[in-house]
Ligand binder design. Structure first.
Ligand SMILES: Nc1nc2c(c(=O)[nH]1)N[C@H]1C(S)=C(S)[C@@H](COP(=O)(O)O)O[C@H]1N2
Ligand SMILES: [Mo]
Length: 350
């Protein structure tokens, strides 16, 4: 029997949940500057929805619109290379373990996204002076944690949504092909620099609101709930370095080895990556490639004289241009978001 295209899309991923399908990128997906689509992690709260191919823009606007994909393709297109990371990536590193998908460290990937700039569409709809927020509704829905049937909806401040410099896309292509079902076909929002939850897949409706939006995925999920009672919305991706070579648990021959990885941050370009071997001495500087654009991860490497037969421990940490540094232990929060603690990789030299 022929395998379905969905099965083919998913075969290369590291599954976390079968239904709805959630999966991490394999390490191979982080080893390329742009992750091939079949190796890009998938995070979905609900089963794959049907989408009628149109986008409704309404609410507090002077000119409500219904746009087809062709309407969007007729607008000037923009292409951006964007690193997307799930806010729950690394959740299993938190103690006590929060509930939620048990992501280890590879719910992250980078793709080339093409679409219509969001600000052009919003200006066409002409938001009323009373508008302050914009909601983005996915066609996906389902009973949430045993409760009511709800859609995946997120909002952005109107000011940010209509800001050309935020470079938010209504994306219809990923890596130069139409979106696949798992990544939001036929249309998704793409909010560069922010954790993935902002980039609403299967986008069906945009509405300008004269009041703050208070739905499940805006005010109950994707919130940092700190031990001291503080609450903040999850937004920009925190600075992080990932080691791609060697793989965790690898066995290497003694001798020179080039440690490699990627580093990214939603709060500025990565300014430095440092490596520590066996926890000894000072952090040592790694070579860092310049960014290829404002929103894509950067490659780094470090020449290591893999000496001494036995177990070794490598750590890598990134620092961004805003001066943010990765912490040694994860900042615990109730729902387990934003774990950007330094990666600790154990390997063997034989
Ligand atoms: N409609 C809809 N959009 C969504 C989600 C969802 O469940 N439904 N999940 C979000 C989350 S939490 C992440 S991390 C990204 C993942 O995008 P990807 O599956 O293309 O990697 O999609 C976001 N957009
Ligand atoms: Mo996510």
């Amino acid at each position: 029997m022929e395998r379905s295209s969905l099965e083919r899309d998913r075969a290369g991923l590291v599954m976390v949940k079968g239904e709805p399908f959630n999966a991490e990128s394999p390490l191979a997906g982080l080893r390329e500057p742009v992750t091939p689509t079949p190796l890009h992690y998938v995070r979905s709260n609900f089963p794959l929805p049907d989408h009628d191919g149109t986008l409704a823009v309404g609410g507090a606007v002077a000119r409500p619109l219904t746009l087809t994909l062709d309407d969007l393709r007729a607008l000037p297109a923009a292409t951006l290379t964007v690193t997307l990371e799930c806010a729950g990536n690394g959740r299993v590193g938190l103690m006590p373990l929060p509930t939620g998908e048990p992501w280890t460290g590879n719910a992250v990937a980078t793709a080339r996204w093409t679409g219509a700039p969001l600000h052009l569409v919003l200006e066409r709809a002409a938001p009323l002076a009373s508008g302050i927020e914009v909601t983005f509704e996915g066609a996906d829905h389902g009973p949430y944690r045993g409760g009511a049937d709800i859609h995946f909806v997120r909002s952005l401040p109107l000011e940010r949504a209509r800001d050309p410099e935020a470079q938010i896309l209504l994306a219809y292509e990923m890596n130069d092909e139409p979106l696949t079902p798992d990544h939001g076909a036929p249309l998704r929002l793409l909010v560069p620099g922010w954790y993935g939850m902002a980039s609403v897949k299967w986008l069906a409706r945009i509405a300008v609101l004269p009041e703050p939006y208070e739905g499940q995925f805006q005010t109950k999920s994707y919130i940092y709930e700190w031990p001291d009672g503080g609450r903040e919305p999850v937004g920009a991706m925190r600075v992080k370095a990932a080691i791609t070579d060697p793989a965790p648990g690898a066995t290497l021959p003694a001798g020179p080895y080039t440690v490699r990885g990627r580093a990214w941050s939603g709060t500025g370009p990565v300014a430095a990556v440092e490596v520590s071997v066996d926890g000894a001495g000072e952090w040592q500087p790694a070579r860092l490639d310049p960014p290829s654009g404002p929103y894509g991860w950067q490659a780094w490497s470090f020449d290591w004289a893999a000496g001494g037969v036995g177990r070794h421990v490598l750590r890598a940490r990134a620092i961004d241009a805003a001066g943010n540094v990765q912490p040694d232990s994860p900042p615990w929060n109730r729902l387990g978001y934003g774990n950007n603690a330094v990666q600790v990789l154990v390997l063997d030299v034989r």
